[in-house]
Design a protein around this ligand. Sequence first.
Ligand code: TYD
Length: 208
Amino acid sequence: MNGIGSFITFEGIDGSGKSTQIKRLAETLKQSGRDVVLTREPGGSPGAEDIRKLVLEGDPDRWSAETEILLFTAARRDHLERTILPALAAGKIVLCDRFADSTRMYQGLSRGDLRHIVDQLHSLMIGREPDLTILIDMDPATGLARAKSRQTAEERFEDFGQGLQEQMRKGFLNLAQQFPDRFRVIDGEQDADAVASDIANAVLSGLA
Ligand code: TYD
């Protein structure tokens, strides 16, 4: 593939199995001879990884919801400039664990309705949507149990609780309806092999 790469994002509630599945997809694509860049948000470039530490660790109430949106967007801008766009320009497939849809949901829904601010800032500073978004959909009770069992320092968002995760799940499904051209919804409650094969089919049918 020359010139134009493919930008593929993974979304879903905490514990939905995104991170495992995105690695499996990266392997599948590499085995079929494709040039793949696997990255994540917040993070994915040195500057954005620094911002990741700020937003995911420490006292979550030390800034307002609006400031948090600015921080996530600043991280995304750096990631886009330094990692995503150069890889796409080199004709690579970029697989990204979360992107702007996560900000639309987490910052746009969880502390009041701030979606309009998220969207305005996105069009001003990011202005790029993925070519394909894989949404791994699952019951928050399952996702939350998985997320809690991992016990990392990054507990900021995983402390949300089931009510909010339920709201996130609905929000993601609504987004999928809002952007049907780029979203594919995958049933994350199946066993991991079945999830991986659904994802591979969705992606391979979309790639040239
Ligand atoms: P991630 O590392 O994907 O965690 P998980 O594997 O548990 O899904 O994301 C870390 C957290 O950051 C996650 O709880 C969602 C949150 N987040 C936002 O709140 N806004 C954003 O824009 C992004 C990209 C992530």
